[in-house]
Design a protein around this ligand. Sequence first.
Ligand SMILES: [Zn+2]
Length: 216
Amino acid sequence: MRIIIMGPPGSGKGTEAALLIKHYNIPHISTGNIFRELYKDRTTVGKIAKEYIDRGELVPDDITNEIVRHRLTHADAKKGFLFDGYPRNIEQAKAFDALLVKLGWKLDAVINIKAPDELIVDRISGRRVCESCGAVYHIHNKKPLIEGICDLDGGTLIQRVDDMEETVQRRLRVYNESTAPVIGYYEKTGSIIHIDGTKSIAETDSAIMKALGETN
Ligand SMILES: [Zn+2]
């Protein structure tokens, strides 16, 4: 199974990605993770990529496409893959198509998990994290027994900068602007599956499996 998964932060994309890689026994390929590993391994390409990422910019397409090409030469990719965070723009989508043609492979599905911005802002900005153990709570959906205090160790619950409303709004704006054309591109090629990300995890799971032709 060869899948691309797309969805804004807070859409449940990570949860669904984990489900799919387990179900199909395929590698989860995230270009962000590959760049982080390359940086940890002190490679030149890792250092270059980090400079772009730290400035909040996209790593140049030629570098990203080459990383992807190389990743697909690994033996595990023969079973299939789940791409997450790639392609990020139309140029990358076209390069990826050309690469797949060269490999003689075909994409099975592009899964696009959708959720309204207000819901995402509520999901993310409601998160609270324990300062000492990192346990995650939510002001509506997963309240601690005592407000502001971690159930596990009595630590103080804080809101991460990444989870603050303004940050979430900004991330969503960037996400929507950059991925809308990619979604349009895959709508034209016909392989896109739109999934309602406002439902429970179980409902989203079964909607995806049904769309992929799995009966359960
Ligand atoms: Zn704690």
